[in-house]
Design a protein around this ligand. Structure first.
Ligand code: KG4
Ligand code: ZN
Length: 367
Protein backbone atom coordinates (compact mmCIF):
# COMPACT_ATOMS: atom_id res chain seq x y z
CA UNK A 1 0.00 0.00 0.00
CA UNK A 2 1.36 3.44 -0.97
CA UNK A 3 0.47 6.17 1.51
CA UNK A 4 1.05 9.88 0.96
CA UNK A 5 1.62 11.68 4.28
CA UNK A 6 1.16 15.45 4.65
CA UNK A 7 2.27 17.48 7.69
CA UNK A 8 1.82 21.23 8.22
CA UNK A 9 0.99 21.63 11.93
CA UNK A 10 3.70 24.13 12.83
CA UNK A 11 6.69 25.45 10.88
CA UNK A 12 7.57 22.52 8.63
CA UNK A 13 5.78 21.84 5.36
CA UNK A 14 6.33 18.14 4.74
CA UNK A 15 5.18 15.34 2.47
CA UNK A 16 6.29 11.71 2.21
CA UNK A 17 5.42 8.59 0.26
CA UNK A 18 5.72 5.35 2.22
CA UNK A 19 5.22 1.87 0.87
CA UNK A 20 3.69 -0.41 3.52
CA UNK A 21 3.06 -4.15 3.60
CA UNK A 22 6.37 -5.21 2.06
CA UNK A 23 6.79 -8.89 2.92
CA UNK A 24 9.91 -9.88 4.87
CA UNK A 25 10.84 -13.24 6.43
CA UNK A 26 10.03 -11.80 9.87
CA UNK A 27 6.78 -10.07 8.93
CA UNK A 28 5.58 -6.96 7.12
CA UNK A 29 7.89 -4.04 6.57
CA UNK A 30 7.83 -0.67 4.89
CA UNK A 31 10.00 1.46 2.67
CA UNK A 32 10.40 5.22 2.75
CA UNK A 33 10.06 6.13 -0.93
CA UNK A 34 10.41 9.86 -0.23
CA UNK A 35 10.48 12.19 2.78
CA UNK A 36 10.50 15.89 1.87
CA UNK A 37 10.66 18.62 4.54
CA UNK A 38 10.64 22.36 3.82
CA UNK A 39 11.60 24.14 7.03
CA UNK A 40 10.50 27.70 7.80
CA UNK A 41 13.15 28.24 10.49
CA UNK A 42 14.81 31.11 8.61
CA UNK A 43 11.47 32.97 8.36
CA UNK A 44 10.76 32.75 12.09
CA UNK A 45 14.30 33.05 13.43
CA UNK A 46 14.30 36.86 13.35
CA UNK A 47 11.12 36.97 15.46
CA UNK A 48 12.50 34.57 18.06
CA UNK A 49 9.66 32.06 17.58
CA UNK A 50 7.00 30.84 15.19
CA UNK A 51 4.68 33.61 13.93
CA UNK A 52 1.38 31.81 13.14
CA UNK A 53 0.28 34.13 10.33
CA UNK A 54 3.62 33.89 8.53
CA UNK A 55 3.65 30.11 9.04
CA UNK A 56 0.28 29.55 7.35
CA UNK A 57 1.18 31.84 4.46
CA UNK A 58 4.43 30.00 3.86
CA UNK A 59 2.70 26.59 4.04
CA UNK A 60 0.33 27.85 1.37
CA UNK A 61 3.23 28.84 -0.89
CA UNK A 62 5.15 25.62 -0.38
CA UNK A 63 2.62 22.81 -0.03
CA UNK A 64 2.08 22.20 -3.76
CA UNK A 65 5.80 22.01 -4.54
CA UNK A 66 6.56 19.84 -1.51
CA UNK A 67 3.84 17.27 -2.33
CA UNK A 68 4.84 17.17 -6.01
CA UNK A 69 8.49 16.71 -5.02
CA UNK A 70 7.52 13.85 -2.66
CA UNK A 71 5.66 12.09 -5.50
CA UNK A 72 8.42 12.80 -8.04
CA UNK A 73 11.28 11.53 -5.88
CA UNK A 74 9.22 8.46 -4.89
CA UNK A 75 8.69 7.82 -8.61
CA UNK A 76 4.90 7.51 -8.27
CA UNK A 77 1.90 9.24 -9.84
CA UNK A 78 -1.09 10.40 -7.80
CA UNK A 79 -3.15 7.61 -9.39
CA UNK A 80 -0.85 4.98 -7.80
CA UNK A 81 -1.34 6.29 -4.24
CA UNK A 82 -3.70 4.14 -2.13
CA UNK A 83 -4.52 6.75 0.49
CA UNK A 84 -3.62 10.10 2.02
CA UNK A 85 -2.87 10.72 5.70
CA UNK A 86 -2.79 14.29 6.98
CA UNK A 87 -2.18 15.90 10.37
CA UNK A 88 -5.50 17.00 11.89
CA UNK A 89 -4.07 18.51 15.12
CA UNK A 90 -2.82 19.61 17.55
CA UNK A 91 -0.99 22.60 16.07
CA UNK A 92 -1.59 26.06 14.65
CA UNK A 93 -5.05 26.22 13.13
CA UNK A 94 -4.09 28.22 10.02
CA UNK A 95 -1.14 25.93 9.34
CA UNK A 96 -3.15 22.74 9.87
CA UNK A 97 -5.87 23.94 7.49
CA UNK A 98 -3.40 24.30 4.63
CA UNK A 99 -2.37 20.64 4.83
CA UNK A 100 -5.91 19.39 5.47
CA UNK A 101 -7.42 21.28 2.54
CA UNK A 102 -4.63 20.23 0.21
CA UNK A 103 -5.13 16.59 1.24
CA UNK A 104 -8.90 16.85 0.77
CA UNK A 105 -8.57 18.45 -2.65
CA UNK A 106 -6.17 15.72 -3.79
CA UNK A 107 -8.37 12.98 -2.35
CA UNK A 108 -11.43 14.42 -4.09
CA UNK A 109 -9.74 14.94 -7.45
CA UNK A 110 -8.00 11.56 -7.48
CA UNK A 111 -10.85 9.66 -5.73
CA UNK A 112 -8.62 8.40 -2.92
CA UNK A 113 -9.43 7.82 0.74
CA UNK A 114 -7.93 10.27 3.24
CA UNK A 115 -7.61 10.17 7.02
CA UNK A 116 -6.74 12.77 9.66
CA UNK A 117 -4.21 11.80 12.33
CA UNK A 118 -3.05 13.19 15.64
CA UNK A 119 0.39 14.82 15.32
CA UNK A 120 1.52 13.34 18.65
CA UNK A 121 0.51 9.87 17.48
CA UNK A 122 2.63 10.65 14.41
CA UNK A 123 5.63 11.15 16.70
CA UNK A 124 4.92 7.76 18.31
CA UNK A 125 4.92 6.18 14.84
CA UNK A 126 8.26 7.79 13.96
CA UNK A 127 9.87 4.54 15.17
CA UNK A 128 8.32 2.64 12.24
CA UNK A 129 11.19 3.10 9.81
CA UNK A 130 14.30 1.99 11.71
CA UNK A 131 13.10 -0.48 14.35
CA UNK A 132 11.14 -3.73 14.56
CA UNK A 133 7.49 -3.25 15.63
CA UNK A 134 7.32 -2.26 19.33
CA UNK A 135 6.44 -4.90 21.93
CA UNK A 136 3.50 -3.91 24.12
CA UNK A 137 3.01 -2.42 26.62
CA UNK A 138 5.33 0.34 25.41
CA UNK A 139 6.22 3.61 27.09
CA UNK A 140 6.59 6.61 24.79
CA UNK A 141 8.17 9.87 25.89
CA UNK A 142 7.21 12.51 23.32
CA UNK A 143 9.16 15.72 23.79
CA UNK A 144 8.81 18.60 21.37
CA UNK A 145 8.39 22.36 21.18
CA UNK A 146 4.69 22.12 22.01
CA UNK A 147 4.36 18.88 23.98
CA UNK A 148 5.94 16.84 26.73
CA UNK A 149 3.92 13.69 27.25
CA UNK A 150 4.53 10.25 28.60
CA UNK A 151 2.21 7.59 27.20
CA UNK A 152 1.65 4.01 28.18
CA UNK A 153 0.65 2.24 24.96
CA UNK A 154 -1.13 -0.92 26.00
CA UNK A 155 -1.61 -2.19 22.43
CA UNK A 156 -1.41 -0.52 19.00
CA UNK A 157 -3.50 2.69 18.99
CA UNK A 158 -4.41 2.42 22.71
CA UNK A 159 -2.90 5.29 24.67
CA UNK A 160 -2.92 6.15 28.37
CA UNK A 161 -1.44 9.53 29.17
CA UNK A 162 0.55 8.77 32.33
CA UNK A 163 2.59 12.00 32.51
CA UNK A 164 2.47 15.45 30.97
CA UNK A 165 3.92 18.87 31.52
CA UNK A 166 2.05 21.16 33.88
CA UNK A 167 3.38 24.28 32.12
CA UNK A 168 6.08 24.65 29.45
CA UNK A 169 7.02 21.88 27.05
CA UNK A 170 10.67 20.79 27.25
CA UNK A 171 11.43 22.20 23.77
CA UNK A 172 9.74 25.46 24.73
CA UNK A 173 12.06 25.70 27.76
CA UNK A 174 15.09 25.19 25.46
CA UNK A 175 13.75 27.89 23.12
CA UNK A 176 13.03 30.41 25.91
CA UNK A 177 16.37 29.91 27.67
CA UNK A 178 18.19 30.19 24.36
CA UNK A 179 16.47 33.49 23.61
CA UNK A 180 17.33 34.77 27.09
CA UNK A 181 21.05 34.14 26.63
CA UNK A 182 21.18 35.54 23.09
CA UNK A 183 21.33 32.23 21.20
CA UNK A 184 18.17 32.70 19.14
CA UNK A 185 15.52 30.35 17.79
CA UNK A 186 15.22 27.38 17.74
CA UNK A 187 17.07 26.94 21.00
CA UNK A 188 17.47 23.17 21.27
CA UNK A 189 20.15 22.56 18.64
CA UNK A 190 22.38 25.48 19.70
CA UNK A 191 22.06 24.81 23.45
CA UNK A 192 22.83 21.13 22.78
CA UNK A 193 25.95 22.12 20.82
CA UNK A 194 27.29 24.60 23.37
CA UNK A 195 26.48 22.23 26.25
CA UNK A 196 29.02 19.80 24.82
CA UNK A 197 31.79 22.27 25.71
CA UNK A 198 30.29 23.24 29.07
CA UNK A 199 30.41 21.87 32.61
CA UNK A 200 27.02 20.46 33.57
CA UNK A 201 27.97 20.60 37.26
CA UNK A 202 28.78 24.33 37.13
CA UNK A 203 25.27 25.31 38.29
CA UNK A 204 22.96 22.95 40.14
CA UNK A 205 19.42 23.84 39.09
CA UNK A 206 16.67 22.34 41.28
CA UNK A 207 14.18 19.95 39.69
CA UNK A 208 10.47 20.55 40.20
CA UNK A 209 8.84 17.84 42.29
CA UNK A 210 5.18 17.03 41.67
CA UNK A 211 3.84 16.12 45.11
CA UNK A 212 0.39 14.90 44.02
CA UNK A 213 0.70 11.08 44.16
CA UNK A 214 -1.79 10.68 41.30
CA UNK A 215 0.36 12.79 39.00
CA UNK A 216 3.88 11.98 40.08
CA UNK A 217 5.03 11.29 36.54
CA UNK A 218 4.16 14.84 35.45
CA UNK A 219 6.78 17.42 34.51
CA UNK A 220 7.21 21.14 35.14
CA UNK A 221 9.78 23.34 33.40
CA UNK A 222 8.66 26.90 34.10
CA UNK A 223 10.47 27.05 37.49
CA UNK A 224 13.68 25.95 35.82
CA UNK A 225 13.30 28.70 33.23
CA UNK A 226 12.86 31.25 36.06
CA UNK A 227 15.90 29.83 37.88
CA UNK A 228 17.98 30.36 34.72
CA UNK A 229 16.65 33.93 34.42
CA UNK A 230 17.56 34.63 38.06
CA UNK A 231 21.02 33.14 37.61
CA UNK A 232 21.65 35.31 34.53
CA UNK A 233 20.59 38.46 36.44
CA UNK A 234 22.41 37.64 39.69
CA UNK A 235 25.67 36.84 37.88
CA UNK A 236 25.41 39.64 35.31
CA UNK A 237 25.85 37.19 32.48
CA UNK A 238 26.15 38.95 29.14
CA UNK A 239 24.04 37.28 26.44
CA UNK A 240 26.02 35.83 23.54
CA UNK A 241 26.07 37.79 20.29
CA UNK A 242 27.40 34.88 18.26
CA UNK A 243 27.03 31.23 19.41
CA UNK A 244 30.43 30.36 17.95
CA UNK A 245 32.11 32.87 20.24
CA UNK A 246 29.95 32.22 23.31
CA UNK A 247 31.73 32.60 26.67
CA UNK A 248 32.56 29.65 28.89
CA UNK A 249 29.96 31.01 31.34
CA UNK A 250 27.27 30.62 28.65
CA UNK A 251 28.49 27.14 27.71
CA UNK A 252 28.40 26.08 31.39
CA UNK A 253 24.91 27.53 31.70
CA UNK A 254 23.75 25.59 28.62
CA UNK A 255 25.25 22.36 29.98
CA UNK A 256 23.73 22.83 33.45
CA UNK A 257 20.28 23.80 32.14
CA UNK A 258 20.21 20.94 29.62
CA UNK A 259 21.28 18.51 32.32
CA UNK A 260 18.40 19.67 34.53
CA UNK A 261 15.88 19.11 31.70
CA UNK A 262 17.31 15.68 30.94
CA UNK A 263 17.34 14.67 34.63
CA UNK A 264 13.68 15.71 34.97
CA UNK A 265 12.62 13.78 31.88
CA UNK A 266 14.61 10.66 32.75
CA UNK A 267 13.47 10.72 36.39
CA UNK A 268 9.82 10.41 35.34
CA UNK A 269 10.63 7.88 32.67
CA UNK A 270 12.49 5.77 35.25
CA UNK A 271 9.51 5.90 37.65
CA UNK A 272 7.18 4.98 34.79
CA UNK A 273 9.37 2.01 33.84
CA UNK A 274 9.27 0.77 37.46
CA UNK A 275 5.52 1.26 37.65
CA UNK A 276 4.42 -0.06 34.26
CA UNK A 277 7.17 -2.54 33.31
CA UNK A 278 7.06 -1.79 29.56
CA UNK A 279 8.56 -4.05 26.91
CA UNK A 280 9.70 -1.14 24.71
CA UNK A 281 10.73 2.46 25.36
CA UNK A 282 10.09 5.05 22.64
CA UNK A 283 11.69 8.49 22.62
CA UNK A 284 10.49 10.92 19.93
CA UNK A 285 9.70 14.57 19.13
CA UNK A 286 12.19 17.35 18.29
CA UNK A 287 13.88 17.32 21.72
CA UNK A 288 14.71 13.64 21.14
CA UNK A 289 17.53 14.98 18.89
CA UNK A 290 19.30 16.02 22.08
CA UNK A 291 22.51 14.06 22.51
CA UNK A 292 22.45 13.93 26.33
CA UNK A 293 18.77 12.90 26.39
CA UNK A 294 19.34 10.17 23.81
CA UNK A 295 22.25 8.68 25.72
CA UNK A 296 20.50 8.95 29.12
CA UNK A 297 17.38 7.18 27.81
CA UNK A 298 19.51 4.54 26.10
CA UNK A 299 21.36 4.02 29.39
CA UNK A 300 18.11 3.71 31.36
CA UNK A 301 16.75 1.19 28.85
CA UNK A 302 19.95 -0.88 28.99
CA UNK A 303 19.83 -0.93 32.80
CA UNK A 304 16.20 -2.07 32.68
CA UNK A 305 16.94 -4.59 29.90
CA UNK A 306 14.31 -3.07 27.60
CA UNK A 307 14.86 -2.15 23.94
CA UNK A 308 14.85 1.61 23.29
CA UNK A 309 13.55 2.95 19.98
CA UNK A 310 15.09 6.38 19.44
CA UNK A 311 14.73 7.38 15.79
CA UNK A 312 17.29 9.33 13.77
CA UNK A 313 16.83 13.13 13.95
CA UNK A 314 15.19 13.23 10.50
CA UNK A 315 12.27 11.20 11.94
CA UNK A 316 12.15 12.69 15.46
CA UNK A 317 11.58 16.30 14.31
CA UNK A 318 8.37 17.10 12.44
CA UNK A 319 8.06 15.09 9.21
CA UNK A 320 5.36 13.53 7.07
CA UNK A 321 6.73 9.98 7.03
CA UNK A 322 5.51 9.57 10.63
CA UNK A 323 2.09 10.96 9.62
CA UNK A 324 1.82 8.40 6.81
CA UNK A 325 2.75 5.67 9.32
CA UNK A 326 0.09 6.79 11.82
CA UNK A 327 -2.54 6.86 9.08
CA UNK A 328 -1.65 3.47 7.58
CA UNK A 329 -3.60 1.29 10.10
CA UNK A 330 -6.71 3.44 9.56
CA UNK A 331 -6.44 3.29 5.77
CA UNK A 332 -5.83 -0.46 5.99
CA UNK A 333 -9.13 -0.82 7.88
CA UNK A 334 -10.84 1.09 5.09
CA UNK A 335 -11.40 4.28 7.07
CA UNK A 336 -12.01 7.53 5.22
CA UNK A 337 -12.57 10.93 6.87
CA UNK A 338 -15.72 12.89 6.03
CA UNK A 339 -15.38 15.89 3.67
CA UNK A 340 -16.18 18.25 6.53
CA UNK A 341 -13.25 17.04 8.63
CA UNK A 342 -11.46 20.13 9.92
CA UNK A 343 -8.46 21.04 12.02
CA UNK A 344 -8.74 20.16 15.71
CA UNK A 345 -6.13 22.14 17.63
CA UNK A 346 -6.90 20.45 20.95
CA UNK A 347 -7.40 16.90 19.70
CA UNK A 348 -6.73 14.27 22.41
CA UNK A 349 -4.64 11.21 22.07
CA UNK A 350 -5.68 9.47 25.26
CA UNK A 351 -8.28 6.79 24.58
CA UNK A 352 -7.78 4.59 27.64
CA UNK A 353 -8.94 6.11 30.93
CA UNK A 354 -6.44 6.73 33.67
CA UNK A 355 -7.34 5.27 37.00
CA UNK A 356 -5.22 7.03 39.60
CA UNK A 357 -3.70 4.67 42.15
CA UNK A 358 -5.20 6.46 45.18
CA UNK A 359 -8.48 7.68 43.83
CA UNK A 360 -11.74 6.46 42.35
CA UNK A 361 -11.81 9.56 40.14
CA UNK A 362 -11.16 9.13 36.45
CA UNK A 363 -8.86 11.77 35.10
CA UNK A 364 -9.04 12.99 31.54
CA UNK A 365 -6.41 15.32 30.24
CA UNK A 366 -6.54 17.57 27.28
CA UNK A 367 -3.29 17.68 25.36
O1 KG4 B 1 8.88 18.00 17.12
P1 KG4 B 1 9.35 19.33 16.69
O2 KG4 B 1 10.17 19.42 15.41
O3 KG4 B 1 8.16 20.33 16.53
C1 KG4 B 1 7.08 20.36 17.42
O4 KG4 B 1 6.15 19.52 17.26
O5 KG4 B 1 7.15 21.20 18.35
O6 KG4 B 1 10.20 19.95 17.91
C2 KG4 B 1 10.80 21.21 17.87
C3 KG4 B 1 11.47 21.48 19.22
C4 KG4 B 1 12.02 22.90 19.37
O7 KG4 B 1 11.59 23.40 20.62
C5 KG4 B 1 13.52 22.71 19.34
O8 KG4 B 1 14.23 23.68 20.11
C6 KG4 B 1 13.67 21.32 19.93
O9 KG4 B 1 12.60 20.59 19.37
N1 KG4 B 1 14.94 20.68 19.58
C7 KG4 B 1 15.87 20.32 20.48
C8 KG4 B 1 16.98 19.82 19.75
N2 KG4 B 1 16.66 19.88 18.42
C9 KG4 B 1 15.41 20.40 18.34
N3 KG4 B 1 15.87 20.40 21.83
C10 KG4 B 1 16.98 19.96 22.47
N4 KG4 B 1 18.08 19.49 21.85
C11 KG4 B 1 18.12 19.39 20.48
N5 KG4 B 1 19.20 18.91 19.88
ZN1 ZN C 1 6.03 17.69 16.47
Amino acid sequence: MLVLGIESSCDETAAAVIEFGIKHDDGDGCRVRSNIIASQIETHRKYGGVVPELASREHLEKIGGVVQEALRSAGVRVAQIDGISVTQGPGLVGSLLVGINYAKAMAFAARKPFVGVNHIEGHVYSVTFEFPPPQYPALALIVSGGHTNLFLITEPEKYKLVGRTRDDAAGEAFDKVSKLIGLGYPGGPVVDKLAQQGDKRAIIFPLAEIKDPDHRLDFSFSGLKTAVLRHVRDHNITPATDPDNASQEIRDLCASFQNAVVRALVRSLRKAVELHRPKTIILAGGVACNIELRSSVRHLAEEAGIPACIPSPIYTTDNAAMIAAAGYPKLLRGECAPWDMSADVSIRLQNVDLEPANSKRKVRYRI
